[in-house]
Design a protein around this ligand. Sequence first.
Ligand code: NAI
Ligand code: 15L
Length: 270
Amino acid sequence: ARFSRLLLTGAAGGVGKALRPRLAGFAESVRVSDLARAMESAGPAAAHEQALACDLADRAAVDAMVQGCEAIIHLGGVSVERPFEEILEANIKGVFHIYEAARRHKVKRVIFASSNHVTGYYRQDQKIDARELRRPDGYYGLSKSYGEDMAQFYFDRYGVETVSIRIGSIFPEAKDRRMMASWMSLDDFEQLLRRSLFTPDVGHTVVYGMSDNAYTWWDNRHAAHLGYAPKDSSEIFRDKVEAQPRPAPTDPVALLQGGAFTTAGPFDPL
Ligand code: NAI
Ligand code: 15L
């Protein structure tokens, strides 16, 4: 099963850049997109790619970008805690523009890069599943929570399907104790994307994106139909992580699933 054209937003970001070569098997052609200044630094387009600069806050530009694509992997946006106004443009307006364009151009499916920060205020000694009440840990987490609601609405009203992946931590290595639970390898992410794109009838499915780590906070029972079976584990980083100084037990990085995001901001005006 391959699409003729797939759209990747956030293509110049950390995850997007690493993912690009892996998408050749997903579609004949991949439209790769990011802000103009980011695209310039991302290197040339490969043979199977078509590069396009687009600001997600620009509704008409997003509509033109989506036209002709059968599916969308939406990674674009602000990916850390920032002042509300920045999040509003890139993430909140941005996700609306993506879904409006998806409806207008009859896109079959969207993969939405949600985040573990939609449930960041749960404690690290709690295990939760995707139907637990969301507890966003900042404006960033709130924007991802809104994106999930947007996905549900566009499925219920218009039949646009979405898999919202609440990504844990996609980095080359688990960088600290918290990431021992939240880490996801690129190989596992690729598998989860393939399942998310090609499993029939997903409606709106919410899944946590993590590897087969020894210890996790998340239970993917409600996404079992995706058949996601991660193969990697953060245990390979255990020794390096254990060599780091241990945070105080009362430190949010050791207490809360969202870690340091739970204390970022507020962003007072100058
Ligand atoms: P990143 O920050 O490296 O990449 C995001 C890209 O979006 C950047 O290249 C940026 O230029 C682009 N972008 C920002 N504002 C934009 C706008 N207005 N219009 C168009 N493009 C815009 O983030 P990363 O780590 O690659 O993450 C990719 C996605 O996955 C993000 O949506 C992030 O929130 C989500 N995610 C990532 C996690 C991770 O561990 N890397 C964890 C949870 C979620
Ligand atoms: C996220 O949502 C961020 O985009 C990423 O930069 C990491 O901080 C990740 O969560 C995490 O929780 O480790």
